[in-house]
Design a protein around this ligand. Sequence first.
Ligand code: GLY
Length: 336
Amino acid sequence: MKRRTFIQNASLTGIGVVAGAAALSCKDEKDSTTQASSRSNSAAMIATIPVVIATWNVPTSTAKAWEVLQEGKSALEAIEQGCMVEEANAEGQSVGIGGLPDRDGKVTLDACIMNKHGDYGAVVCMQNIVHPISVARKVMEDTPHVIFAGKGAEEYAVSIGFKRENLLTESSKKAWEKWRKTSLYKPIINIENHDTIGMLAIDKNGDISGGCTTSGLAYKMAGRVGDSAIIGSGLFIDNEIGGATATGLGEEVLKTVGSFLIVELMRQGKSPQEACEEAIGRIIKKTPVFKDFQVGYIAVNKAGETGAYCIHEGFTMMQYQNNENENIPVDFYNKA
Ligand code: GLY
């Protein structure tokens, strides 16, 4: 997947914006400020399982996850294999190989995974390993710990059979070299914008798992870790309730523990759509400069109803449900 421009000025003229991407609950029908495309809306009205949703336009990732679910395998297996597709895509500049590097030219990856038991595994700031989602799963399943960082994560991965590979592709290196010529120390808005892959799945047994994987903020300071691998922020699953995952400026997601918040709001009776909107609302309320950055959430509840919301136009959600793999523009806050 190509890096997308998240900025509020991005023009998506002509694309029907789905109210909350998939406001599956009919009671959530939106007013005339948002228009559901008829195809998306018709699919959106039928909440069924299995279901896979993911941040951004990653049809091959959701298709892989769906294929795994159709084989009768677990949501956890679907999440790992679905995320691996994008991690292996060297064209994508925000996840796995080809990710844009930090200011020093190093590609550092964050990822986490959660299963139906609420178990969690993560790696942060890991270099030279293409599939951080798989290492995160190993951390969860095979170690007494939950997060491995930096060199320790890499050494652990190698010790269990992962190969070291150069993750900095020629095009990402060129982009970094260009950025270095003009860069300011201060973060630059368009550089803050990137596209993590967060994925949520429910299998035929109704069990929920999720994963989140990213190379993080382009040209970040060395050692910076975002929300994606942090439980409750980039991802949260409660098999009794549902799951949520995030994309966008990790610092803002971390400060509001967004994914946990969404799951707790669903526990209190909110739809996935309402919960995502409230989580974005918390950021808007406490961060006056929200016009300068993007955050997007997607969520699913136990019934297979989905929702999504973001700050600025341009975010989309993949949804594979009822045998249809759709990329759905997500409704957004900043309509000014
Ligand atoms: N949301 C990914 C990051 O901020 O690193």
